[in-house]
Each structure stands twice: as structure tokens, then as C-alpha cells.
Design a protein around this ligand. Structure first.
Ligand code: FAD
Length: 420
């Protein structure tokens, strides 16, 4: 085995993990490198950010997931650069040589040329982001409880979410439920249900990738929850006071970012042309034309199928990861590589407790039926029996009690400087 080809996979997210699994039993030594020791189930991150689930419920150690796969070694390391000419990946400590490389490092936030907004409007991509958002949301209510000035209090109880895609919609729905249901009996000086939740979207609709009827259903569900939905509204400034949307200033204590994404910066070191958001365009086989033996998958990969770019979703990443691995096997066996083709099983988004919209296998579902299907799908999709069991129990409990069990404010720093 020591002289078997060495396959390095960078990233243990949806794409990288699917690639590692598809190399089970291959005549290759596989090294999977990730800067975190866990695989994160990002579709449920907003539930950690809104105090419904704990971090451990939606993340599993990569080493544990791959424990039975004898040909895979997992390394906790940060990949700093790729040198395709030397077939080497430079890590924070040391380097790895490869015969084949699969790059699956995903994406990060992009603030549309305003990096200074990041400090005021955290985005949701990692577990740390989710915990910081949870902290800011819960602290806003605590600060409002101590605030005597009604105007300042209203500012603290105003939450703006920028971006009306699935993450923004899910966050807005959950924040409205926190205000109207979970916290409604817990304070004495404030009425949490008077909180304003404002969802700002630059395009004419929320949930742009969904069919018209489902967008409209999602819009109605948000309004039923008391979310103010502003479509066709572009954010022009974010500062200590709040946000500017078009010509209007909205005084808001909490602003959350669910808008742009940019590909992982590691792509730059490949020295190939990148698209507008920093992604790499491979050949149909997912291999790079400039560097045979290097494959890119997932959010880092710009792939056009039937004239349309594929969306940055988990299913695309998983199917690409598996295809890249199959092509590595074929290359080892000196067979021609196969082109990748995405099979779209559907898209879904949930809007608070008891409501979701989805377009699954061409069937449009919404409302309570959509929500039950969303639950089934996510439980099925989570990794590990323990996580499935715990998440199911948490959801059942919070459905019956309307409570969010994980309302913990953690960290040393208590107040952000602006609200002290
Ligand atoms: C809040 C949120 C909600 C979402 N909801 C949905 C949903 O409901 N349905 C859906 O289909 N998709 C959803 N997505 C999108 C989906 O999660 C992504 O499309 C998918 O994760 C992409 O997979 P990936 O493997 O390309 O990247 P990721 O899953 O992001 O994995 C990248 C991995 O690479 C590692 N990494 C990055 N850089 C380095 C480095 N330099 N060195 C070492 N390791 C590195 C990271 O630690 C991470 O583990 C959501 C995304 C977010 C952020």
C-alpha cells in the first residue's frame, strides 16, 4: 500500500467527505485535510444561531465518520497554498505531496466590496459564526431590558437580516418566533413580541431560486410571523446606528448578513483563471485543464450545465465529490475520465415552526406538509444516529413547548461597546 498513489483531499465538508467515502477500497492512500476536526451540517446552522440546537447536534468528528475506512488518514491542518507544478500542498505546518488532488474548501462570506461591514453584520458559515449570532441576539434582549430610553430600546429590539435566500428566510422566521413565542414571558421591562424583524432583499423576490408560487407562499408565511419583508431594497451602509436601505435609515441593534458568498481563497494559489466570486472552472470531468490530476468540487467549483450555472448547494457538492473520486479511480486504472452530470432532486427552505416550501422531484409542497417533509429530509441527511435522535427529540420538544432550549450567552465579553 505504501507505493499506492497518494490522493489528497482538502476539505471535509459535503464535497470532500463524499469524495473520501467514494474512495473506500480504492487502490490508493487517501489523506483528508481539514482545518476543523469536524464535518459541519451547514443547513441546520441557523438553528444553532437561534438557540434551537447545540453545536454538537449538527457536527461530527471527521476522524470518527471515516474510522472504518482503512485507506484514509485524517489530518487536522490548514492548507495555505497549492503548488500544482510540484504536486504539493503547503500546510500551516509541513507539506503533503500528492499524485491526485481534490480541492473542496467551499466558500466564505463576501460583503460586496465592503469588508468593513463584517464587524457590524456577522454572517453564518461556521459554528463560531452561529454562536456569535446567538450571543448577539440574546444580548440584544438583555440590553433592552436594562435600557430606560424608549428610542434606544426600540433600536436594540430591531433585527435586520440582509439577504432573502434560504438562509436569510430561515433566520428571519426563527428570530420572529423567538420574539413572539419563546421569550414572550421572560422579561419584565420589555415586551419581546414588539421586536421588529426586517428582511432586506435586493432582488424583487425572496427565495430567488424557487418557483413563483413557492416564493409567494414563503413571503406570506414570513408576514404571518410578523417579519417585515423589503424586496427590491439594496443596503448601502451598515454602521453602529443600523443600516441604510435605499434612502431610508433603519436604527437597528443587530444586523445579520445572509447575502453574498466568495469562494475559498485557496483557489488563488492554483494560478488558474477565477470567476467573479473566485471560483475555479474545471473541465466537464471536474479536472483542471491546466493541471491534470487536480479536481475541484462543491462551492469552490463553477460548473455550467445545460447553459445554467449549478447552485452552491450540498447536493451539488456531494455528487461532484463522488464523481471526482470515481474519476481518480479511473485515472489510476488508466481508463478515460467521465463527465459530471448533476441530478437535481429538489430544493427546500423552512419558515419557522410548522411551515416550509419545497420543489422536490418536480412536486411543489408548502405549509405544514412541506415542513414535515423538511424534517424527515434533514433527519435522514444528518450524519450519525446520535445526532438524528437528539435533533428529533429537540424539535419535538420545541414544537410542543415553543421553547428554545439552548438560550445560553457564552463568552467572556458581555456587552458590545455600542450598547454599554
Ligand atoms: C447557513 C447555510 C445554510 C445552508 N443551507 C443549505 C440547505 O438547506 N441545503 C443545501 O443544499 N445547501 C445549503 N447550504 C449550502 C451548502 O452547505 C454548501 O453548498 C456546501 O456545504 C458546499 O460543500 P463544500 O464541500 O464545497 O464546502 P463546505 O461544506 O463548506 O466544506 C468546506 C470544508 O473545507 C474546510 N476548509 C476550508 N478552507 C480550508 C483550508 N484552507 N484548509 C483546510 N480546510 C479548509 C472547511 O473547514 C470545511 O470543512 C447552506 C450553507 C450555509 C452557510
Amino acid at each position: 500500500m505504501a507505493d499506492a498513489p497518494h490522493v489528497v483531499i482538502i476539505g471535509g465538508g459535503f464535497g470532500g467527505l463524499a469524495a473520501a467515502r467514494a474512495l473506500d477500497g480504492a487502490a490508493a492512500r487517501v489523506t483528508l485535510v481539514d482545518r476543523h476536526n469536524y464535518h459541519l451540517f451547514q443547513p441546520l446552522l441557523y438553528q444553532v444561531a437561534t438557540a434551537a440546537l447545540s453545536p454538537g447536534d449538527i457536527a461530527s468528528p471527521i476522524r470518527w465518520i471515516l474510522r472504518h475506512q482503512r485507506n484514509v488518514q485524517v489530518l487536522l491542518a490548514d492548507a495555505r497554498a497549492i503548488d500544482p507544478a510540484a504536486r504539493r500542498v503547503d500546510l500551516d505546518r509541513g507539506a503533503l505531496s500528492y499524485d491526485f488532488l481534490i480541492v473542496a474548501t467551499g466558500a466564505a462570506h463576501s460583503y460586496f466590496g465592503h469588508p468593513e461591514w463584517a464587524a457590524r453584520a456577522p454572517g453564518l458559515k461556521t459554528l463560531d459564526d452561529a454562536l456569535e449570532i446567538r450571543r448577539q441576539v440574546l444580548l440584544a434582549y438583555e440590553a433592552a431590558e436594562r435600557e430606560a430610553d424608549p428610542q434606544k430600546r426600540q433600536r436594540l429590539l430591531t433585527f435586520v437580516i440582509v439577504g432573502g435566500g434560504p438562509t436569510g428566510v430561515e433566520l428571519a422566521g426563527a428570530l420572529a418566533e423567538i420574539a413572539r413565542q419563546s421569550l414572550s414571558h421572560d422579561f419584565r421591562s420589555i415586551r419581546p413580541e414588539s421586536a421588529r424583524i426586517i428582511l432586506v432583499e435586493g432582488s424583487p423576490h425572496v427565495l430567488a431560486p424557487f418557483p413563483d408560487s413557492l416564493r409567494a407562499a414563503a413571503h406570506r408565511s414570513l408576514e404571518r410571523l410578523g417579519v417585515e419583508v423589503r424586496t427590491g431594497a439594496v443596503v448601502t451602509a451598515i454602521d453602529e446606528a443600523g443600516v441604510s436601505v435605499g434612502g431610508e435609515s433603519i436604527a437597528a441593534g443587530t444586523v445579520l448578513w445572509a447575502a453574498g458568498v466568495a469562494a475559498s481563497p485557496l483557489a488563488k494559489s492554483l494560478g488558474v483563471p477565477l470567476d467573479r466570486v473566485g471560483r475555479v472552472t474545471p473541465q466537464p470531468t471536474l479536472e483542471l485543464a491546466e493541471h491534470p490530476h487536480v479536481f475541484v468540487v462543491g462551492d469552490l467549483c463553477a460548473f455550467v450545465q445545460d447553459g445554467k450555472p449549478l447552485p452552491g448547494v450540498a447536493q451539488v457538492a456531494m455528487q461532484q465529490g463522488a464523481q471526482a473520486a470515481r474519476n481518480v479511480r479511473r485515472a489510476i486504472e488508466r481508463q478515460p475520465l467521465e463527465p459530471f452530470r448533476y441530478h437535481n432532486y429538489g430544493i427546500m427552505a423552512t419558515i419557522g415552526r410548522g411551515s416550509a416550501v419545497g420543489d422536490v422531484f418536480g412536486v411543489k409542497i408548502s405549509g405544514f406538509a412541506g415542513w414535515l417533509f423538511w424534517i424527515f429530509l434533514h433527519i435522514f441527511w444528518l450524519i450519525g444516529f446520535r445526532n438524528r435522535f437528539v435533533v428529533m427529540t429537540e424539535w419535538a420538544w420545541s414544537y410542543l413547548t415553543m421553547q428554545r432550549r439552548v438560550r445560553l450567552i457564552t463568552g467572556e465579553r458581555l456587552w458590545p461597546s455600542s450598547s454599554s
